[in-house]
Design a protein around this ligand. Structure first.
Ligand SMILES: [Zn+2]
Length: 405
């Protein structure tokens, strides 16, 4: 497995990466950030946004929110800087952590925007998750498919043409496009990269039928064109640094986070109990790398950590067992043996090898990194008591929320 000599990203990255002269496409595109005239880009964003401003007090745009991720940063930017009136839209993943539920309530309370949520029938979510786990080893397909379909369906239904997203992962992580390409949301990228090559129609099979997948269908081109729907990414218009944005928003709005089991980034997907846990462990089994690689790569590129410290972090986290596997498989209704049996088919042969005892040996580089000094007092680990300690670590599907003053 080839890895980038600068940021340590592996060549078999799920979103596709190219390594030339030892340096990955993600690092090359990242360097653009230091040459771009961002104030010019931001002005062009303001002009674009103006065209979509409603004259009648209707919504100016849709913002997909999760209670984690970039939600606070985007809503703060659109309401405060662009003076917009967004409709906040949320696909309920069913994997909500207590922190995620709290943060969504905080978002609704702090910003006074209208909020719309879709909760798919739990029976359907389980059927889809079983199908996607068996077919392509993913427990997260329905989350990504729902998060990328529901806001677009609402844009069509409510006739709100502009959707504002945070970072485009194809640019920010792997450098598939330049910031100057101004890539916008499209169905082809969604299927091929976000959804691992499988859209809703590909899930129809022995377990799921077409009716189970209505909430995961991307609208037709005809419907999109009637309203003129487009989705733009803020990282094409401003210097994107998600860790700094999280830290700023945490300070400003007191939103919460979790210490993560499998990565050092405490903000990373803390709204979801499984993303940095079961889902990330599956990523390690499938591709031989993990979320900690994504976070290390970002921190090296932004020059906040050295490559050597990045290696220490990777070797510390990459092989940690998930904390919530039992809770997840109990919910799904499968056994531990079934889970590992399903994963057998999805292990990448680039990183995993059967030994003579029929066990799996890891042959990637990341476990060989020397685990030197682990600075627990480092900036990334500073941790205040927060709401998560008051709750049991259980997923919450339905929650009325809190009224936060
Ligand atoms: Zn790189």
């Amino acid at each position: 497995m080839k890895i980038c000599k600068e940021c340590l990203y592996p060549e078999n990255h799920a979103l596709k990466i190219t390594i030339q002269d030892g340096v990955c496409s993600g690092c090359r595109i990242h360097k653009e950030k230091y040459d771009i005239d961002w104030s010019f880009k931001e002005e062009s964003l303001k002009k674009t946004f103006k065209k979509y401003k409603s004259k009648k007090g209707y919504y100016d745009c849709i913002i997909p929110v999760t209670g984690g991720g970039d939600s606070f940063f985007i809503v703060d930017y659109v309401t405060r800087i662009l003076k917009g009136n967004p409709l906040l839209v949320n696909y309920n993943t069913h994997y909500n952590s207590p922190v995620g539920i709290y943060n969504l309530a905080l978002l609704r309370s702090k910003f006074d925007n209208d909020f719309l949520q879709m909760t798919t029938n739990p029976r359907k979510v389980k059927k889809i998750t079983k199908e996607s786990l068996i077919k392509f080893g993913s427990i997260y397909w329905h989350c990504i498919a729902g998060q990328t379909a529901f806001p677009v369906q609402i844009a069509v239904k409510y006739k709100i043409p502009l959707i504002i997203w945070g970072a485009h992962q194809g640019i920010d992580q792997v450098g598939m496009f330049s910031h100057n390409d101004k890539v916008e949301m499209n169905e082809k990228y969604r299927k091929n990269h976000d959804l691992m090559g499988y859209d809703a129609n590909d899930l129809v099979g022995e377990i799921c039928d077409q009716d189970d997948l209505v909430n995961y269908q991307y609208p037709s081109i005809n419907d999109l064109e009637k309203v003129g729907v487009r989705g733009i990414y803020l990282n094409n218009y401003m210097f994107w640094d998600s860790f700094k944005q999280h830290a700023d928003m945490h300070k400003k709005y007191k939103y919460n986070f979790n210490i993560q089991n499998r990565t050092f980034d405490k903000y990373n997907y803390s709204h979801c109990l499984y993303y940095s846990d079961v889902h990330d462990y599956i990523k390690f089994l499938k591709h031989g790398y993990s979320k900690v690689n994504d976070n290390v790569s970002r921190e090296i590129r932004l020059k906040r950590i050295t490559k050597n410290y990045g290696k220490t972090l990777i070797s510390f986290y990459i092989n940690k067992k998930p904390k919530f596997l039992k809770q997840f498989i109990d919910w799904l209704g499968i056994t531990n043996e079934s889970f590992y049996f399903i994963m057998e088919n999805h292990r990448s042969k680039i990183c995993w090898n059967r030994n003579k005892n029929w066990n799996w040996d890891y042959k990637g580089e990341f476990l060989n990194f020397e685990n030197k000094v682990f600075e627990k007092n480092n900036y990334y680990f500073k941790y205040k008591k927060n709401i998560s300690k008051k709750f049991k670590k259980k997923t919450i599907v339905f929650e009325k929320g809190f009224d936060i003053k």
